[in-house]
Design a protein around this ligand. Structure first.
Ligand code: GLY
Length: 355
């Protein structure tokens, strides 16, 4: 349930193990957070402590090159994947204290990081604003074009004979013999049923809208609640190789794809599923980008901005587990790291379900 990058990657791995698989979505495949995401593969920027999910970001980053190359081979499509590193800038003591605390917390995870001086910082990112700074360099942080990953997954699944069921809003999963009946509400008020032996609930920020079998309610722990955490991204065309590593400052990140496209973002808002970008937030992101990298996103050039709904979650880390005594797996709440964690989550689920 859910045709985002988590559902699609999992469907791929399950089909490789010989299972008959369908990916079901209320809209189109990869039409929400998976398409809106920047594609940061950056444990250095995201992991803040020694938790299982943070370890998984490091493991996921390690398997990403193989994931991309296998997917390119299986789909015949290109995927822009850049092992470009990231530089984190601190222009004052407070930000530097945050960066050094984060670095200490990352050490047990094996994340590679070193302090760099201003000369090296400016060699890596010549566009950095004048003025002194301190910086950390994360050589292993990377980026991928998530739209290309999603397109390659869809193509691969089609080739593998996986059913891609779109515009099928699932409302409930009911017990049905030894398996499940999946209730799909039609536009005309009609209800269709799909049948499955095993179910993966991977509907991102919409996962709690699908009712689970009533008997699940009496078994603890209860599935954690997910909620949309909206973020804005701004994009413009640029000359390739203007910006090599990811540049970060105070939760702002800026990077460039191989073809030249520049991206900057992002913010976090808990405003439900409001799809209208906020011009004030876009201006703030552009202002911060211009202070970090003057001229890169020059004012009055053609920018495009959009919002995405990260699958936020109560507590830390994704809800990734089998429901007791059921063949239902929860796989949502990947929050800021769904693109990065997808191959890792998919391998885990395929092992559990087909193993
Ligand atoms: N992983 C970056 C973001 O969620 O904004």
């Amino acid at each position: 349930m859910g045709g985002g990058i988590i559902g699609l990657s999992t469907a791929w791995r399950l089909s490789q193990r010989g299972l008959r698989v369908a990916a079901v979505d209320s809209r189109i495949m990869a039409g929400e957070a998976s398409m809106a995401a920047a594609g940061m593969l950056a444990p250095g920027g995201e992991a803040h402590g020694d938790a299982p999910w943070a370890r998984h970001t490091v493991e996921a980053r390690a398997i990403y090159p193989d994931f991309v190359s296998e997917l390119k081979g299986a789909s015949g499509l290109e995927i822009d994947f850049r092992e470009c590193g990231a530089i984190d800038i601190a222009s004052n003591d407070e930000v530097w204290a945050e960066l050094t605390a984060r670095r200490a917390a990352q050490e047990p995870l094996g994340i590679q990081v070193r302090e760099i001086g201003e000369t090296e910082g400016r060699e890596l990112v010549p566009l950095l604003r004048p003025g002194s700074f301190r910086a950390l360099y994360y050589p292993d942080d990377a980026i991928v074009d998530p739209c290309q990953v999603n397109a390659a997954l869809v193509e691969t699944l089609k080739r593998a004979g996986v059913a891609l069921l779109m515009h099928e809003p699932v409302s409930a999963i009911d017990p049905d013999g030894g398996g499940y009946a999946i209730r799909v509400d039609g536009a005309s008020g009609s209800q269709n049923l799909l049948r499955a032996g095993s179910v993966v609930l991977a509907a991102g920020a919409w996962s709690n809208e699908i009712a689970l079998p009533e008997r699940v309610a009496s078994r603890l722990p209860a599935p954690r609640r997910t909620m949309p955490v909206r973020g804005h991204l701004v994009e413009r065309d640029g000359t390739p190789r203007a910006l090599l590593p990811i540049a970060r400052e105070n939760h702002l990140y800026v990077f460039q794809r191989n073809r030249g496209t520049l991206l900057t973002g992002s913010n976090e808002e808990r405003v439900g599923f409001d799809r209208t970008p906020n011009p004030a937030v876009v201006d703030e992101i552009l202002g911060r980008t211009d202070r970090l990298l003057p001229g890169l996103f020059a004012p009055r050039t053609e920018n495009s901005a959009w919002v995405g709904f990260r699958p936020g979650i109560e507590g830390e880390g994704p809800e990734l587990r089998r429901l007791p005594e059921e063949r239902i797996w929860l796989a949502y709440g990947h929050y800021r790291n769904g693109i990065l964690l997808a191959p890792h989550t998919a391998a885990f689920l395929a092992g559990e379900i087909a193993g």
